[in-house]
Design a protein around this ligand. Structure first.
Ligand code: NAP
Length: 328
């Protein structure tokens, strides 16, 4: 493929534009592996990459897209062979290195994971960075002692990471799951396994307390900010929260009491620099113990040209589930 199409973000003074353009192959620096991208996916971070002060892109122009799955077209390293199916997420992809919203990607071998057998490239991107993050969060809570009889709460429930998390929990046999959402009437929430739906607004209306009744054992949090601040006092003795997001704010208003009087644990989840073996373990888990019912996941498939519209839905907080960018 001598030429390829990609979405490119450019910045002039304070104005940021996202345009589909055609590039010669040598626009991409020659790295270890050249990949023909079959699918990418749209994550919250990709939306932030389109904002003038989103704090994601390190330089311009840049092809965004923090994840991709496809076929190796050329390899300079023995770890990958031509024709092999692969997944790449995180690290500098779509941040300071041209990313997945592109027919071609040229990447360092450390950023590329072989596609597990039994998984398609489409399924890999239905999961994408969101799936990896949901898997890491649940892996951390299981290691902490989370069991199917425990009471779980998931915030930002219609979002990518959170909806995949609810489907993993279903697969693991958890039934006492509360979904917290700003869109508590959304039909999508009914499709996601849950015992209860709680409006974000209702959670925020409750009186802020230093310690509150111990309503939940474990929390999976995409929202941060005031939502997480209100939940910490409600976590039961010895429970934990897996915190990975800031969709609702990055400030945390808390006291030390949930930690020193109830032994509550705040577990930070980062998918960007997750060590390679853990990354492989989580991807593999999606073909076995974490194998979700993909039919329950709301998935929209779009082309590069549709991406500005998708970014708008993130801005308007109407985006739900997962959006795939297809190149096949
Ligand atoms: N740490 C990591 O490695 C990592 C990896 C992936 C993602 N993340 C972060 O995790 C979060 C979720 O990512 P995602 O890709 O799943 O995003 P997403 O699909 O946009 O989901 C976020 C969800 O949060 C809720 N939400 C959005 N704005 C909100 C607000 N202002 N107040 C309260 N709730 C709000 C919405 O759900 P409802 O309308 O249903 O409430 C939304 O669907 C983001 O902050 C992202 O940056 C971190």
């Amino acid at each position: 493929m001598e030429k390829f199409q990609a979405l490119v973000i450019e910045k002039e003074e304070e104005k940021v534009t996202a345009t589909v353009k055609t590039f010669p192959q040598n626009f991409l620096p020659a790295e270890d592996v050249l990949i023909q991208v079959e699918y990418s996916s749209v994550n919250y971070k990709d939306y932030l990459a389109t904002l003038p002060k989103g704090g994601v892109l390190r330089h311009y122009p840049l092809i965004p897209g923090i994840d991709l799955a496809g076929t190796v077209l050329a390899s300079r390293v023995p770890e990958f062979t031509v024709g092999q199916k692969v997944i790449a997420t995180s690290y500098q992809i779509g941040v300071s290195h041209n990313g997945g919203f592109s027919q071609l990607a040229s990447l360092k071998k450390e950023w590329v994971v072989p596609l597990p057998s039994g998984m398609t490239t489409k399924e890999a991107m239905m999961l994408g960075t969101a799936g990896l993050t949901a898997g890491l969060a649940i892996d951390a809570l299981l290691a902490h002692g989370m069991q199917p009889e425990h009471r779980l709460l998931i915030t930002g429930a219609t979002g990518g990471v959170s909806s995949i998390a609810s489907l993993i929990l279903e697969k693991l046999g958890f039934t006492k799951v509360t979904l917290v959402s700003q869109k508590e009437q959304a039909p999508y929430l009914e499709r996601l396994p849950h015992a209860e739906i709680l409006a974000t607004q209702k959670l925020l209306q409750s009186e802020p307390k230093v310690l509150a009744p111990q309503n939940y054992d474990y929390v999976i949090d995409a929202v941060g900010g005031e939502v997480l601040s209100r939940l910490l006092p409600q976590i039961s003795y010895g429970g934990a929260v897996a915190a990975f997001g800031n969709a609702g704010g990055f400030k945390l208003n808390t006291t030390v009491f949930p930690f020193i009087l109830r032994g509550v644990n705040l577990l930070g989840i980062d998918s960007v620099n997750t060590p390679y073996p853990k990354r492989q373990q989580i991807w593999q888990a999606f073909t076995e113990e974490f194998k979700i019912d993909y039919d329950k996941l709301q998935v929209e498939t779009v082309s590069l040209a549709d991406l500005p519209k998708v970014f708008q839905s993130f801005a308007q907080q109407t985006h739900q589930g997962r959006t795939l960018v297809a190149f096949t």
